[in-house]
Design a protein around this ligand. Sequence first.
Ligand code: ATP
Length: 533
Amino acid sequence: MEKLVSLCKRRGFMFQSSEIYGGINGFWDYGPLGVELKRNIKDAWWHDMITAHDELDVRPGAPSTYEMTGLDCTIIMHPQVWKVSGHQDLFSDMMVDCKESKGRYRYDQLRGRWVEAKGQKVFVTTKVEAEEEDEDLQRRALKFFNLRAKNVEELSWDGDTVSLETISEFENVLAPEAKSVGSLTEPREFNLMFKTIVGAMGTEADTAFLRPETAQGIFVNFKNVVDSTRVKIPFGIAQVGKSFRNEITPRNFTFRSREFEQMEIEFFCHPDSSRKWYEYWRDRRMQWYKDLGLAGERLQLRDHAPDELSHYSTGTADIEYAFPFLPEGEYGELEGIAHRGDFDLRSHMEGKLDPNTCPLEVEKGEDGKPKYRGSGKDLTYRDPETNEKYLPHVIEPSAGADRATLAFLCEAYQEDEQPDDKGKMQTRVVMKLHPRIAPVKAAVFPLVKKEGMPEIAKDVYRALKAKFPAVYDEKGAVGRRYRRQDEAGTPYCITIDGDTLTDKTVTIRDRDSLEQWRVKLDDVVEEIAGRVS
Ligand code: ATP
């Protein structure tokens, strides 16, 4: 992972936000290569899910034909949206505070291990990444018991490193930045929504929130879309955009950021076919990641067990990836696909529903009135053919563009041994990104800077550039130019050499197989276009 992080910075995939001021925790910038990569991932998602969706044919696994459409909603919405959706009350993480260091930590993310020495047993905790955990725990235990490194065998460890959640009493817990035990508070809830003030008055009544998910913009526009277009159920509304969560412990590079981008679909269907639609979307979304190159054992689809589901949902699954920064055998969520029943539309119609009631009922305040009132607007749907009026069910595939980008980067990073210009074997770093998402599709090199080769190479470059991102490079030995492109993930390199001058052909080199073949100058653009789309 360290190698990938350093490559991302060195080659301009990602930088820490405001880095020259020391950075700001949980915020990341995408550099010149990163912005293209992330944009390609979002474009591939939008293209495959929405613009290229064929409404006339039944897709494999789908119960029927369906329509897809898009939206682009604001980040700041009416505050009532977040009350009714439940985010204001429920969108929180459990956290613990350290009374000694004043640090605040996510309860489920602190890990530690029991250790005994000098007749005392403590649960030492750490907040470092998985690969540094053992080292940090040992260092902290030695320090706590006032032992030198050479006396490490005096530490008697008990059991594996486990989550703080498994510990019931905190009096023997050594917090990650504390010197003495027992400084952690009981877990408390912390709301993850960022607050802001709308308008010049600056009073509490003007408080609004930065959206923590894009989905609510879709629900509150459901009626607008139905009334303004000819879409008929079943149909989906998609949105890509920024979301904000004041994560307590942002970590693992961009995996848990405070500002990130989501790619969400709310798919509206008849209650009778909703289970089938859920299964369709779950499998379709899994296939999408596979098609773009996450096709190994590191990718998995995990169906939630029945006791993990809210009762109004008949299914939820996570698409997960074994990110290299996670402990062995653990996976991180890339996307969740949830069957949400009519929970969201009913809440925005009637008022915040109590998820613990069955059948669902509007949550009441102490005065017996709805705790948070809905819009009162009729969000039911009337089927134009059968005239049936019903509240649609929703299937929600909710993906993160940053987590997808990170997973594709992790999967792409490879090292192999290849001969350099002098035939000496060297370690090659290569980003094996799928050509569809690779930031640059082709690089053009004149073998030497003379004999008219640069002129021909520049013409090839211009012709390519009119269609997709391409670069021209005439600096250094060809081998070094190849290495530069391998690190950037460029799938094809085109070399103009002596033969080009006589037979008007060029060499194309494949980044992954290193295979080289010649094609006619006039056919280069078509050849590359066919391979990268
Ligand atoms: P987690 O349990 O990891 O916090 P979540 O279950 O809260 O994730 P959802 O609310 O289902 O996540 O959000 C949908 C998607 O948005 C996630 O699958 C993930 O790809 C992305 N996402 C959520 N939170 C973050 C974050 N803090 N940073 C980056 N991406 C995120």
